[in-house]
Design a protein around this ligand. Structure first.
Ligand code: UT7
Length: 345
């Protein structure tokens, strides 16, 4: 069970920090994904634990999730997504200045997944490191890419979100085992023409909520112990309420900071944690589902990979065109949250 603390997760308990993008603009030049082939459906889970397709579908919107074969590494999924993003952007790996991997499920404490990806891609000119902010990792890493490009310390940055969460799942805990899946998504970020690219950012953390979503015995530092069982644990209903609030507040904040009306959002790509969270927030923001990217039915919650997995699908399906206002928004363990509004290049 999750550790209980007197802290109750409340998004209104924290001030939001937002920033207008400054300096040289940067934009996403190409996106790619890589998901394991193996799929576990809700019906498969019915045979493994006391759950039902009806409960999972109605309470979360999830129907299937891609699950890596045992022994699959996070860096393999990350590399697959990276290759496909580089191809989409028409960029050679040797031209990368930086590789950032957002992940909560690295293959070990070190080396970083990013260094393994660098090795696989043969990108010797890049500096590579991982960013850990749970499900917000991809947005945090994107903001680092934007900052380095803005200050002309990098021209081309690869940002990846990759997870093998299935190895952190306790299949006797139906509250978490049905929710998470594996996968990876990536984006190439490059200097952009003025007026295009990232317009504003809202990033934040509230460590008082550290116990709301955890993995392993964090109070004893048992993560690396031989007998440790580093399983994901969470206070689902509390996180649910926090998530709806923080989605709404972040969307409002990044739009105000960029001087763009909420109604002018063409596509919202939210972290795919629960369809009901996305639906509740979209209604209160005033966005119809035609303007929201949702693929949680196919992948479940893939943590840092969920936003690029949903963004890539939207791009592939022609739902994003040049000049569109695209909002990415995430939240996760920590607690952490992050959003950016961009003008698609
Ligand atoms: O990205 C990481 C951040 N995490 C999240 O964003 C998670 C946010 N929270 C959620 O998405 C939801 O809280 C969950 C999907 C995790 C749970 O849904 P819920 O509607 O909040 O359910 P609950 O935990 O309040 O449980 C309601 C009932 C309980 O039964 P009783 O006590 O009412 O008899 C649970 O035991 O549903 C039961 N239940 C299940 N039943 C069938 C919980 N999980 C399952 C299950 N199958 N898999």
């Amino acid at each position: 069970m999750a550790i209980t603390t007197s802290y109750r997760t409340r998004s209104d308990a924290v001030p939001l920090r937002s920033f207008k993008a400054k300096g040289r603009p940067s934009a996403i030049a190409g996106v790619g994904v890589h998901a394991p082939e193996k799929v576990i459906t809700n019906l498969d889970l019915e045979k493994m634990m006391d759950t039902s397709d009806k409960w999972i579908t109605e309470r979360t919107g999830i129907r299937r999730r891609h699950i890596a074969e045992p022994g699959t590494t996070t860096f393999e999924l990350a590399t697959g997504a990276a290759r496909s993003a580089l191809k989409a952007a028409g960029i050679a790996a040797k031209d990368l200045d930086m590789i950032l991997v957002g992940t909560s499920s690295p293959d070990g404490p070190f080396p970083s997944v990013a260094c393994r990806v660098q090795n696989e891609l043969d990108a010797p000119g890049a500096v590579a490191w991982d960013t850990l902010a749970a499900c917000t990792s991809f947005v945090y890493a994107l903001s680092i890419a934007d900052s380095f490009i803005a200050t002309e310390r990098a021209d081309t940055v690869l940002v990846v979100g990759a997870e093998v969460l299935s190895r952190m799942l306790d299949y006797s805990d139906r509250g978490t085992a049905v929710i998470f899946g594996d996968g990876a998504g990536a984006a190439v970020v490059r200097a952009a023409p003025k007026g295009a690219g990232f317009l504003s950012w809202c990033l934040g953390s509230d460590g008082r909520g550290y116990a709301q979503v955890t993995c392993g015995n964090i109070e004893k530092g048992a993560y690396a112990a031989k007998d440790a069982q580093p399983f994901i644990d969470m206070v689902g209903p509390d996180v649910f309420k926090f998530a709806v609030d923080i989605f709404i507040r972040q969307a409002t904040e990044v739009c105000q900071t960029a001087g763009v009306a909420l109604d002018d959002i063409d596509l919202w790509v939210p972290h795919q944690a629960n369809f009901r969270i996305i639906d509740a927030a979209a209604r209160r923001i005033g966005l119809s589902m035609e303007r929201v990217a949702v693929n949680i039915d196919e992948y479940g919650n893939t943590s840092s990979a969920s936003i690029p997995l949903a963004l890539e699908e939207a791009v592939r399906k022609g739902r994003v065109k040049s000049g569109d206002h695209v909002l990415l928004a995430g939240f996760g363990s920590g607690l952490t949250w992050g959003a950016t509004l961009m003008k698609w290049a």
